[in-house]
Design a binder for this molecule. Structure first.
Ligand code: TA6
Length: 299
């Protein structure tokens, strides 16, 4: 659907407007409680800023807004596998959902909150990768809080096995002065140490180097104490058993064309997922909902 048709069918004057940005189509949202931008490619929430506080999501100034290239930052929607594909078949890192075009479903204003949905269905890309007969609906409520729900339905005769994640990049004043609670005593796979399984002893967690950890069997709410912005960001999730913590730090950032050299200092990924030992299996007609509510409390 072209921009004019999107605005005619779904636009809300002064609240929700579709526009081109780079090679991509996005919707820009402005309400009394928050502003946001969401790209149809990937159903990708790139920005969310509740009234009265700094942007909550980190987006790299070097991000490419090109077809088929994931935006660096915001909330990449990861489906149907997390990280490298694990079944010996070829496929892009973190699956295809974040680089495919999603269909805009609906948008409606309820008070100061904007409700909207996006839909991903099988296409030539997914079928080539062996994924057909599924539907993914991404429901969002954008306001003083950000409510996310990813609903996956299987229409296949054989079981659908998948991983999923909200790969959320949070903006922080300085990651070195930021701490995270909610993961104490949780087992994790340390991808910076050959995937060794360890226990989270330090509480709160403070990152001091490049960090890539997959926390297992945890449904906990994480709280990011973003001292640099004098706020706490709460990440409450439902039907999610995995939490990933990631920061590329200096050396890895230097190798990423879509990251600015010091970009790592202003971000931390706290990702709500079902991955590693927590993949989801759906029989024909079954549905699964993974949710996440992000909220901000000023100090
Ligand atoms: O969530 C952490 C991670 O899996 C890291 O291993 C790193 O690869 C990161 O995702 C970013 O992946 P991307 O494909 O977006 O560069």
């Amino acid at each position: 659907m072209d921009i004019a048709s999107l605005n005619e069918n779904f636009g809300i004057p002064g609240v929700l407007v579709f526009e081109e940005h780079g090679e991509l189509t996005r919707t820009v949202i402005t309400t009394p409680s928050a502003s946001a931008s969401i790209y149809l490619q990937g159903g990708h929430v790139a920005e969310w800023q509740p009234a009265g506080t700094a942007p909550v999501l980190f987006t790299s100034g070097n991000s490419a807004y090109k077809k088929g290239k994931a935006i660096r930052g915001g909330i990449p929607v990861i489906f149907p596998w997390f990280g490298d594909r694990h079944d010996g078949q070829p496929g892009p890192a973190h699956g295809f959902a974040r680089t495919e075009e999603w269909e805009f479903g609906f948008a409606a204003l309820a008070g100061d909150d904007l409700h909207m949905s996006l839909l991903l269905t099988p296409n030539e890309t997914s079928r080539k990768l062996g994924f057909d007969h599924f539907r993914v609906v991404f429901h969002l409520v954008i306001g003083r809080e950000l409510h996310l729900k990813l609903s996956v339905v299987s229409d296949a005769e054989t079981p659908l096995v998948y991983e999923e994640a909200f790969h959320t990049y949070f903006a922080v004043g300085d990651v070195r002065e930021t701490s995270v609670t909610g993961l104490h005593n949780v087992e994790y796979l340390d991808k910076r140490d050959g995937g060794a399984q360890k226990t989270q002893v330090d509480d709160p967690l403070v990152l001091t180097r490049d960090t890539d950890r997959v926390y297992l069997d945890t449904q906990s709410t994480c709280v990011i104490d973003d001292k640099g912005n004098k706020r706490k960001i709460k990440v409450a999730k439902t039907n999610s058993s995995t939490t990933i913590v990631w920061n590329p730090w200096t050396e890895l950032t230097a190798k990423m064309a879509d990251m600015e050299p010091g970009g790592w200092e202003g971000m931390i990924c706290i990702e709500s997922a079902n991955a590693a030992d927590a993949s989801i299996t759906l029989a024909h007609g079954e549905i699964h909902h993974m949710g996440c509510v992000i909220s901000v409390d000023l100090d």
